[in-house]
Design a protein around this ligand. Structure first.
Ligand SMILES: [Zn+2]
Length: 212
């Protein structure tokens, strides 16, 4: 569902550009609004959310899908935690659909999906592992890297029940906006994927904005 935001970028309290292949880590407080902006189009922002005070409680794709009765995420979607609490709500969306089924790219999936020689290519899972390794204060490790959302990624479910990684439906300047319902730690991998049509084989930067 397309729903435009009423917030102006000039009034944002925080703005940061995240190059493809980099991670982004920030606590967004309850009541604050987070925007992820697809600067050049057809990019994938692979995102994990945690309760900022207890990372054992984290975004749960299965709870979110069950509660909303829809496999796709868009404006109006409430993102549920593993404790079945609402973590964030999508309040604006100019892309219209985001994936939470496809998972993040990893050395393993690059190998099985594309080719054995792709094993050593940088992947989203690597970016998250770098993030938790460099930030020991979070007390997180490999075991905390679980379900994610692929913002801007188009992964339709086929009539046979399969998944297809299809051409992206996002475009330059499209964004998704989320209002935090609890204090959340946001961990984004701006996807470095070179083998996937979702980002037109061309990883590009995103911008992250936060309004108090
Ligand atoms: Zn990726």
């Amino acid at each position: 569902m397309i729903r435009e935001s009423t917030l102006h970028p000039d009034s944002a309290a925080f703005r940061e550009t995240v190059p493809a292949g980099e991670y982004f880590l920030k606590v967004v407080k309850a009541g604050e609004t987070l925007r992820i902006l697809d600067l050049e189009g057809n990019q994938a922002a692979d995102t994990l959310f945690y309760n900022a005070h207890n990372p054992a409680e984290r975004y749960s794709a299965v709870d979110t899908i069950r509660e909303q009765g829809n496999v796709y995420l868009t404006a109006g979607s409430k993102l549920m935690s593993s404790e079945n609490n609402v973590m964030l709500e999508i309040t604006a969306d100019t892309c219209g659909r985001h994936d939470t089924l496809g998972g993040a790219c990893a050395a393993e999936s690059n190998t099985t999906r594309y080719a054995l020689e792709k094993k050593c290519m940088h992947a989203c899972r690597d970016s998250w592992l770098v993030a938790v390794t460099k930030h020991e204060e979070l007390g997180m490790s490999k075991r905390d890297i679980t379900h994610n959302i692929n913002f801007f990624m188009n992964v339709p479910v086929t009539p046979e029940g399969g998944l297809t990684f299809a051409d992206g439906i996002s475009d330059a300047g499209k964004y998704v906006e989320l209002r935090a319902v609890m204090d959340v730690l946001v961990m984004i991998s701006n996807c470095p994927q070179l083998n996937n049509p979702c980002n037109a084989y061309n990883p590009t930067p995103i911008e992250v904005l936060v309004w108090n």
